[in-house]
Ligand binder design. Structure first.
Ligand SMILES: C[S@@+](CC[C@H](N)C(=O)[O-])C[C@H]1O[C@@H](n2cnc3c(N)ncnc32)[C@H](O)[C@@H]1O
Length: 219
């Protein structure tokens, strides 16, 4: 099955509210724990979160690694407004800040000591722009962790995954999940993107039936 693009940004207010209200605590804490497990020596510094969404991962990350500060980047204004309010309520506004900006438009080079991104890449029309920006944004020697969905073989398989993992979720979330699966990349496509960008030192791992993870040190 070929990739079917979905809208790049999540800007619809109902979509943003539904996404923020969904319980991704296990997935999000799992992502942060994986960063910790891959890079136990990372204890402080400036971390970029590309496509940070409603801010739950930055909050978990900040609590897990108290020496870091985080800049979340998301070009959806309603998403960033919500993230800022959630971070304020969590009492972490001094350590987590946001930029409402497309990651493609970030200008800083070597600004961060680490970078992470969860569930952004499937939104992006040209994935090579993402890997390019990721490499530019961090200092040489920085850890990066990227995770996203795997594209299934067929629309029917995508529907089966939605029914299995989002059974009982609101329709808007089920629709987004289905569209995201169709817009996602395969393991081979990710491996090819890393090869094209000369990022083959980053390792790709398929961690379950619907996710891949890329992690490693950017040189
Ligand atoms: C599926 S959400 C994931 C949010 C968060 N990382 C998480 O795991 O909960 C993807 C987010 O990426 C944002 N996004 C998509 N394309 C973007 C771009 N080019 N630059 C910045 N943000 C983008 C969307 O607006 C959306 O908030």
């Amino acid at each position: 099955m070929n990739r079917t693009l979905e809208p790049e940004l999540m800007e619809d207010e109902a979509q943003v509210q539904a996404y923020a209200a969904a319980d991704f605590s296990q997935e999000n804490q799992g992502f942060v724990d994986r960063f910790r497990e891959y890079f136990p020596e990372f204890t402080e510094g400036h971390v970029l979160d590309l496509g940070c969404g409603p801010g739950d991962i930055p909050i978990r990350f900040a609590r897990t690694i108290p020496g870091c500060r985080i800049t979340g980047v998301d070009a959806s204004a309603p998403m960033v407004r919500l993230a800022e309010e959630t971070v304020r309520q969590a009492g972490l506004s001094d350590r987590i800040t946001f930029r409402c900006e497309r990651f493609q438009d970030l200008t800083g080079v070597s600004v961060a000591d680490a970078a992470m991104s969860n569930s952004l890449l499937h939104h992006v029309p040209n994935p090579l722009q993402f890997w390019h920006k990721l490499r530019l944004a961090v200092k040489p020697g920085s850890p990066v962790l990227v995770m996203d969905l795997l594209r299934p073989e067929s629309p029917e398989e995508a529907q089966t995954i939605v029914d299995q993992y989002a059974c009982g979720a609101p329709d808007i979330l089920r629709r987004d999940f289905y569209n995201s699966l169709l817009a996602a990349f395969t393991e081979d496509e990710i491996a090819s993107q890393l090869a094209q960008m000369n990022l083959t030192r980053l390792l790709i791992d398929v961690v379950d039936d619907r996710h891949w993870v890329v992690g490693g040190i950017i040189h």
